[in-house]
Design a protein around this ligand. Structure first.
Ligand SMILES: [Zn+2]
Length: 178
């Protein structure tokens, strides 16, 4: 099991804006490898650095491979920048490792063009749509301190008020114990 602790709603680190990565060193390789393990252990499809307490602009994604449940396509995305997006948005269900037991319909751009760096600092540009585009948008939101509960209607958020309050309170207890 991964030793990384995933930060839960109520932890102030999730609300901070992250800084660009400038050093593409062994430490970055180590941390992203640990994040991939933590993501898989926790059955997530994505994990952004702030979710493990690191305020830097990188994230990992493990896309399920159709027809093979045990396989994932792993992406390590550093300093992502969404360059273009479709006019059209689509609604889809999302969850978040920092918001346990919450799934909500969230509207996202259907397609995006994103520039990012890989683990060696090389630049890449990809155009993608659908589920992958959704996951990238969700994870890049984390780098701005934005969570999926910020992307739903005030009515839906008010319905979640009790659950969110419980998460915040559990968070306080964890911090007191730690
Ligand atoms: Zn998330």
């Amino acid at each position: 099991m991964s030793k990384m602790k995933i930060r839960i709603y109520g932890d102030p680190v999730l609300r901070q804006v992250s800084e660009d990565v400038t050093e593409f060193d062994e430490e970055l390789q180590k941390v992203t490898t640990e994040m991939v393990a933590a993501m898989i252990d926790n059955e997530g499809v994505g994990l952004a650095a702030p979710q493990v307490g690191i305020l830097e602009r990188f994230l990992v994604i493990g896309l399920p491979v159709e027809g093979d449940e045990d396989k994932r396509r792993i992406f390590v995305i550093i300093n992502p920048e969404i360059l273009e997006h479709s006019e059209e948005s689509v609604i889809g269900e999302e969850g978040c490792l920092s918001l346990p037991d919450i799934t909500e319909d969230v509207s996202r751009y259907n397609s995006i063009k994103v520039r990012f760096q890989d683990i060696f600092g090389e630049f890449h540009e990809i155009a993608t749509e659908g589920y992958f585009a959704r996951v990238i948008q969700h994870e890049t939101d984390h780098l701005e301190g934005v969570l999926l509960v910020d992307r739903i209607s005030p009515l839906k958020r008010s319905l979640l008020r009790g659950k969110l309050k419980r998460l915040r309170e559990q968070q306080k207890e964890i911090n007191v114990k730690a």
